[in-house]
Design a protein around this ligand. Sequence first.
Ligand SMILES: C[S@@+](CC[C@H](N)C(=O)[O-])C[C@H]1O[C@@H](n2cnc3c(N)ncnc32)[C@H](O)[C@@H]1O
Length: 447
Amino acid sequence: MPMIRRWIRYDDAMYEYVICGHATMRMHVQIVAIVALWRCVLLVQAFSPSTAAAAAAAACSKSSATSSSSTCIAASAAVTSKSSSSGSAHRVKPIPYIATTSTTEHSRALSQYIRRGDRVLELGTQLDACTETIREAIGDGGCGVFVDVKRTQTTSGRSGQGSRDPGMVQSSGSGENAKYIVLGKFGQFRTVLDENVESPFDVLVLDVTAMLGNDLELTALSVIFEFVDDMTRRGKQRPRAVIVKSKAIASLSRRLVHAQRLFDGTVTRDFKSPSRDGRPYIIAGVGVEEYRRTIPHVLQDTDECLEVGCFSGTTTQLVHDASKYCIGVDIGPKIIKRAQAEHPDIHFAVGDAWRSLDMLRIKRDAAALRDSTSLVSAESVLSGYDVVYADIGGLSGPDGLLESLSLIDGLSYALEPRCVVIKSLCMRRLASSLRAYSDIWERSQKW
Ligand SMILES: C[S@@+](CC[C@H](N)C(=O)[O-])C[C@H]1O[C@@H](n2cnc3c(N)ncnc32)[C@H](O)[C@@H]1O
């Protein structure tokens, strides 16, 4: 029976609809109509939870009445129910991105997340204990594709990336459940996806340093997203898990917090003290209400704060009241004029959030302008800010994640805050996916 899968991205979730039926022209028209109808139901659901179940049920009965008996709509991979009692629309669980930092942690994560019979793609294979762990975990019925880039030999005898002996691939050969591939350059990893369109991978394993030659979070996340998006776009299936060996991603996983987890007490870290590695905590929320609700969880009365994208200054005022002071910055001169008129006690300035060093200049100006009455002391002008609130449009769109990470990086390096609170759907989604394996391991040991 022919099968069509559709992914619909809505709100904070991906919805998958599997439509099966005979591929006649009439059927095709019906399917298109059903999908369109279903999208409308999703919208109704989003705005009116109470009417959602009824609408979904109505849509279901209508679709089965108008389509042939062999046509059905089923939601796949149902894990977290979004709403309906009809049971046919579900929020799909975020794919876990498990970040590991050492070979021991990596091997443990591989054993825990890979199942017998899985198809696994390992990018940046070292052909070491981890590769063996994958082969053991998948068993004879599974399939491992182990990919690496060609190493360049240096005059010292060490290879350009890592220290793997390049002859190992040839001598290892390809076994029953394993295929080794050496790419000329990293970008060719897409050809591996092309060759495996018909049998997608269940788990992606990425050794960032081995594959990319560096350990940068933006590059590693770009590879993961490209892989996941590619599989989703082709409509086959999403990977069940991504296991990534990277100190940078592990650090990000420990510091990035979903705002709702802060409110419901799931995350109990002390955001009023610096993080373990001195890099800022990142709290990601959606909507202005969530953004402002973080204030009591994050701020203390000695904090020197900044809000970029302050608009009329409502949040700036709330942050200001809960801290030593907050400076409001916005790119629009008229906006700043209005904010200043509405909140005369606060220092506002025109500035571009992407020019992070300008935020230090603005702090210095604030200290100079208001001299003795200013809350900004002359001594503190070089010390950056304790907490930065960031809400500049465009952080939730298609490129929102990489934009948000770049913005956070820029602000963090220039201003060295203890905490960045960001309004970004993409960052909040990432917070739902990213997990540091050390946390998972610690929890499992407590039980
Ligand atoms: C959604 S509004 C902010 C609302 C405000 N944070 C609040 O809580 O009431 C987004 C603001 O970001 C500002 N903005 C956009 N790009 C910016 C940039 N690059 N630098 C600073 N502000 C920016 C816009 O002018 C707009 O006022």
